[in-house]
Design a protein around this ligand. Sequence first.
Ligand SMILES: [Ca+2]
Length: 320
Amino acid sequence: MNKIKVIFDTDPGVDDAMALLFLHHAPEIELVGITTTLGNGTIETTTRNALYLAERFGIDVPVAQGPATPLVGPAGEPPHYVHGHNALGDIALPDTIAKTVDPRPAHRLIIDLVRESPGEIAIVAVGRMTNLALALREDPEIAGLVRQVVIMGGAFGFHGNHGNVTPAAEANIIGDPLAADEVTGGSWPITMVGLDVTQRTQLTTEYLEALARDGGEAGQFIWDITRFYVAFHHAAGVPNMFVHDSSAVAYLIDPTLFTTRSGAIRVITEGMAIGQTIQKPDGYAFPPGDWDNRPSHKICTEVDAERFKALYRQTILRGA
Ligand SMILES: [Ca+2]
């Protein structure tokens, strides 16, 4: 089997760590690089966590750090109330990590890896789009050289999902709306996996307990890091835990889990709806406007959550 080479662009992050372990244990996937974005923690925190996860689970790929701020504006405060102060649910972390960060900036590592394996690399981006936007600015030709881009981000109104930071915006997109608008303006084949589907897949305590029991070190680790994250969901009145970032990995492994719609995507970059994602569905005729001359991309509108959860469990158990 020809494995899919994957660059994981991430801000670990509890659900990022779960997605990384999903990628690591998936027989269809060969991880080739990890690039970090700020988001769930500062860039120092998310990069430290990426190095820690790579070292602890024997993921022998370069880890390159992204910038400390979005394309424009300040970094903002990390959401400590969601992912904990260390962004991994406040589990105990070692004082020192032997694995060191790649000397290249994250966007440069993306360019280098894509150019080393033209047509073979899938980018799974589950943080802000800053690194992808910088890579596209520096080397626009890479858009034609990647196999696909799968983004966890956005919300398009399906099943009542419009945003989780504001009534109009999802966290990864509002974290760098200009980057998201530039990235979705690129002619690389993008699928956006937004709240429309990620909030349709919820893990129960029973599911996580079984994963801890049967899933070896990875299963126990997922249990440990999700205690804080689950408590946040409970405090917000959500009985179970959403599976945001792993949904993008699931799309890459088995796109038949999802239903998609195609069309040009724009991201609102200013005003009260900043960070809103809007698709113009292919085949709809409108007067000339801001969605014209933009490439068509897919968004996910439905997910088979039961099959997805079975795939996640089966994959994590491979490492046990
Ligand atoms: Ca993330």
